[in-house]
Design a protein around this ligand. Structure first.
Ligand code: ADP
Ligand code: MG
Length: 259
């Protein structure tokens, strides 16, 4: 993509000087994120990497409006975000499925609060189930599914609302290596399909190889309090070879930044 095209791309969400602390009432509040300035643009796959506990999950929650920063603002399409952003949805590391609901019912939860009738919710859910490779499992319960299938349900539930921005918090880290490799490919496949939402993906991971393999840009956070140490563009053409020397050079460079 040329530079001129890039400048025409829309800024979707922006964190301006965001600071987050827990334990405000305590003598020494615990500052988790400090002075975070970050924007996400159309057609970008952005990864956020950093050591455990540096505030990656907190940052995603703030971006979506699930958590409020003590200082700074979140802008969505240049308007200050107030409350949960309906145009975003989240995929969780632990899948977060309801065990008493079957696959299609879990997926339908992604449409809660949307102005669709029961039948329309079912129709949309069945459609996304097909796209995500869960066909035939509509009536299955989470306990009957493998980890990989459970995360497909998590992904389907996030995608059913056709989010403009898909947020993923360590989506592959609870899966075995073979399953995670497979699901990563599927996510990239969906991402490459211009007919499908989302417009941007923001993924938190502690796996640098995964970040380099999947992303257009990587945001490296420092340890507590989390600040942005560096942003790295990944200009390796897609589809990428996960074992290429070029990719590993970047993996080494980024791993060296994480302290
Ligand atoms: P990461 O996802 O990078 O591992 P988190 O965003 O989950 O980090 O957490 C960052 C820090 O904030 C950790 O020290 C964690 O213990 C603390 N923290 C997270 N959520 C809460 C909360 N609800 N109340 C108090 N402390 C929290
Ligand atoms: Mg986390």
């Amino acid at each position: 993509m040329g530079l001129t095209e890039q400048t025409n791309l829309q800024k979707l969400v922006e964190l301006r000087n965001v600071t987050k602390a827990y334990g405000q009432m305590a003598a020494r509040p615990h500052v988790v994120l400090e002075h975070i300035n970050l924007s996400i643009t159309q057609h970008e796959f952005v990864s956020i990497v950093g050591p455990s506990g540096c505030g990656k999950s907190t940052l995603l929650r703030i971006m979506m409006g699930l958590s409020k920063p003590e200082d700074g603002e979140v802008y969505y399409h240049d308007r200050k975000l107030d409350g949960v952003c309906e145009a975003m949805s989240m995929v969780f590391q632990t899948f977060a499925l309801f065990p008493w609901l079957n696959v299609v019912e879990n997926v339908e939860l992604g449409l809660e609060g949307k102005p669709f009738g029961k039948e329309e919710k079912r129709r949309r859910s069945l459609e996304v189930i097909k796209v995500i490779g869960l066909e035939g499992y509509e009536e299955a319960y989470p306990r009957e599914l493998s980890g990989g299938m459970k995360q497909r349900v998590g992904l389907a539930r996030a995608m059913v609302s056709e989010p403009e921005i898909l947020l993923m918090d360590e989506p592959f880290s609870a899966l075995d290596p073979l399953t995670s490799t497979h699901l990563r490919e599927e996510v990239l496949h969906l991402w490459a399909d211009p007919t499908l939402p989302p417009e941007a993906v923001v993924m938190v991971t502690h796996n640098v190889e995964e970040a380099v393999y999947m992303s257009d840009r990587i945001v490296v956070l420092t340890s507590r309090p989390g600040t942005i140490a560096k942003e790295v563009m990944v200009n390796i053409p897609r589809p990428r070879d996960p074992r290429s020397a070029e990719l590993y050079r970047l993996v080494d460079e980024i791993t060296g930044m994480i302290v």
